[in-house]
Every structure is written in C-alpha cells, then in structure tokens.
Design a binder for this molecule. Structure first.
Ligand code: URA
Length: 232
C-alpha cells in the first residue's frame, strides 16, 4: 500500500504534519537518496525515506525489483566484486536480502525484500515457482534438444533428472526456458547436458512478476501491490 510522503514523515518522527511539510518543501527529506520536495508524493513499500540521514521506518516490509547488470554478484557483501546491494542508495539497502540469486554473468530480474516469509514462498522447492530465462546459445537448438529440455535432462554429477520445463524458441539460437527448480547453475548445466553452450543468460520473470522493460541495467523500482500479492 502506498502512503503519502508527509504522512510518513509526520508519523515516524517527532514532527507535526505542518513541520513535516515544511521539512519536505525545504528538501530535507530524501526518497531513495534523492531530495523529494512534493508532500503528496506516494511512496511505495520498497522506497527508502530518510530525514536528517535516518531511515524512517515505514510500517511493513519492502519489496524491490532490480535489473541486474552483468559482472555484479548476487550477494550482500563481497570483498572482490561489486554486489547488487551496492547498486542501491545506502538508505535503501537496510534489511534487504536477495530472493533467488543469479550468476555473476547473468542479467535481468532480481527481487530483493525484507520479508523472509514472502521470499521463502518463492524459493522453497515445493513452491515450484516458474522462472523464465532468455538464453542465447552458441549453437542452434535442435528439436531433439528442445524435447529433452522439456522432458528432463540428467545434469552432470546428479542422479535425479530435471523437472519438466518449457522451451520456447525465439530464434535459431535464442530460447525462452521456463524452469520450476533452482539448482546450482541450472540453466547453463541443462544446456550443457544437451550438448550446447550458453552465451548469455537473462532472467525475464519470476512467478507472475516480469522484469520492467523500462529499467536499464542497474536500475530498480519498488514492486506494486499487485506484484507483491501475486506471490501466495
Ligand atoms: N541458471 C543458471 O545457470 N544461472 C543463473 O544465474 C540462473 C539460472
């Protein structure tokens, strides 16, 4: 549920509504690290509001989607590489965790939240949450390989075949692969199992949440109520 900026400031500081409005007009209040002078701005659950450097605690959890760029690791801390959390303003990072990691070289939809139960509903194996990846391949995908991907393949060093998947050809070397598991490097290993090689990997969706095409790599936005509630 979105809330007005002046409501949030007045309800989470010692300021009255009138003083909160004055502080906002004066540019003292930041939203996701940027001064916001409009008192009626509607703040979504994922946005971080700060006043005098302190994060104002908006009741409830925060939910974000990020378009992960290549070369950034899905971790909160890493001494050697840039992390996805470092792409967010400091004020917006607090308490967030990553919902379903992506490899360093994978791009696309990454969800972050403070709500552990919500993320568990996405990542728990028994939820079998569908994730779709746009896969660019080194070799054209043969009908046999596509059939194997859809019916389950044996990954190297694993006994249990992969669960049924969906492979939609978008071009001779481009396939949208939808899987419901989250095994280690799963998509890359599935393609290796059918004798191909992944050149690039981009996540398009998780459950009913689709990557917002207006987000450039590295950009993020709060999830809408509809997106948050789509995870049950
Ligand atoms: N499968 C992979 O191989 N890599 C990812 O980042 C996600 C799924």
């Amino acid at each position: 549920m979105s809330l007005r900026l002046d409501f949030i400031v007045a309800n989470s500081t010692e300021l009255s509504r009138k003083e909160a409005k004055r502080a906002i007009h004066a540019g003292e209040v930041k939203v996701d690290g940027i001064p916001c002078r409009k008192t009626s701005t509607h703040i979504q659950p994922g946005q971080a509001v700060t006043w005098q450097g302190a994060l104002l605690s908006i009741k409830g959890d925060r939910y974000l989607m990020l378009n992960k760029p290549r070369g950034v690791v899905s971790a909160t801390i890493d001494s050697d590489h840039m992390t996805v959390l470092s792409l967010l303003p400091t004020e917006a990072r607090q308490g967030l965790h990553i919902v379903g990691r992506l490899d360093k070289d994978t791009t696309g939809l990454l969800l972050l939240t403070t709500d552990g139960q919500w993320s568990h509903r996405i990542t728990a194996p028994r939820s079998a949450c569908a994730k779709t990846y746009r896969v660019e391949l080194a070799e054209p995908l043969t009908p046999e390989a596509s059939h194997h991907l859809e019916n389950g393949v044996r990954l190297r060093d694993e006994d249990r075949p992969t669960a049924p998947a969906r492979a939609e050809l978008r071009g001779p070397r481009t396939v949208d692969l939808t899987i419901t598991e989250g095994r280690y490097h799963q998509v890359r290993r599935m393609l290796a199992a059918v004798g191909n090689h992944v050149e690039s990997l981009h996540r398009l969706r998780i459950g009913d949440i689709y990557l917002d095409s207006s987000l450039a790599p590295g950009q993020f936005r709060p999830l809408s109520d509809h997106e948050i509630n789509s995870v049950r």
